[in-house]
Write a protein that binds this ligand. Structure first.
Ligand code: HXC
Length: 258
């Protein structure tokens, strides 16, 4: 059973969590398949990855509550690590990622979206970390990524109250970058992904690394990270191609990822 599907569309990929009968809830099989599918993404061929959920109702309605209900303390810790390792793999994928949030993004679903670089939402999307209402903490990175994305005060308010928010509020607090009518979401996500895919891939990869690694350290170290990655771009054919074309007042040749 394919709980995770990857479709290649030219230079972009669309990864779909496909368990609509349970609103795409993440059990250990889904999480393991997500890990395996992420391993098949070839940054040489795919320049931007969209992550979405099957069906019109949910992105991902959380980790699987039926499965979690029986876990012991040790098994709970292991389940959290399973998800954290896979979400960290997604977060550090060497290509940009866009979550196309097409409905409920609750608990582990909200956490999955926060492991992507950019979040686009449908008008029907609902975000939330309902875990404390189930007697647990957000366990797939939610306490960490929510605080980094929307600030500690708002993250604590949302996590402590277990309050769900609709797309306009998610936009207002900076959790998502844009909201579209449901029927336009995937087209808009693909438009953004294709625009990203048309830019220099090695430079984009360096930007992602600079932002992600720089946010984890102090500014002195962060600018050093930037300097090194900036310098590395001058070793690329894509930089020579683009700058030469600018000086010759013509459009650059397509970027080669070299
Ligand atoms: C298991 C789930 C599920 C979940 C939905 N389903 N969410 N199964 N785990 N997280 C299943 C339902 O049991 C049901 O199965 C089917 O999907 C359809 O859901 P309904 O509840 O009938 O739909 P609806 O009434 O429209 O309500 C939608 C909903 C609700 C509001 C999203 O399903 C809901 O509250 N789901 C749980 C959301 C949640 O609490 N997520 C956080 C989980 S904790 P049947 O067989 O009855 O048709 C978490 C922790 C992450 O994510 C960290 C772990 C380490």
């Amino acid at each position: 059973m394919a709980f995770v599907e990857l479709e290649k569309k030219g230079l972009i990929g669309v990864l779909t969590i496909n368990r609509p009968e349970a609103l795409n809830a993440l059990n250990d099989q889904v999480i393991s398949q997500l890990s395996e599918v992420l391993d098949t993404v070839d940054p040489g061929e795919t320049r931007c990855l969209i992550v979405t959920g099957a069906g019109s109702k949910a992105f991902v309605a959380g980790a699987d509550i039926a499965q979690m209900s029986k876990l012991t303390k040790e098994e709970g810790t292991a389940f959290g690590k399973l998800g954290n390792d896979v979400f960290r793999k997604l977060e550090t994928l060497p290509i940009p990622t866009i979550a196309a949030v097409n409905g409920f993004a609750l608990g582990g679903g909200c956490e999955l979206s926060m492991s992507c670089d950019i979040r686009l939402a449908s008008e029907t999307a609902v975000f939330g970390q309902p875990e404390v209402g189930l007697g647990i903490t957000p366990g797939f990175g939610g306490t960490q990524r929510m605080a980094r994305l929307v600030g500690p005060g708002k993250a604590k308010e949302l996590i402590y109250t277990a309050r769900n928010i609709k797309a306009p509020e998610a936009l207002a607090i900076g959790l998502v970058q844009a909201v579209y009518p449901a029927e336009e979401l995937m087209a808009e996500a693909e438009k953004m992904a294709n625009r990203i895919a048309g830019n220099a891939p090695i430079a984009i990869r360096a930007c992602k690394k600079a932002i992600n690694d720089g946010l984890q350290t102090d500014m002195d170290k962060a600018v050093e990270i930037e300097e090194e990655l900036f310098g590395s771009c001058f070793d690329t054919a894509d930089q020579k191609n683009a700058m030469t074309a600018f000086l010759e007042k013509r459009k650059h040749d397509p970027f080669e990822n070299k």
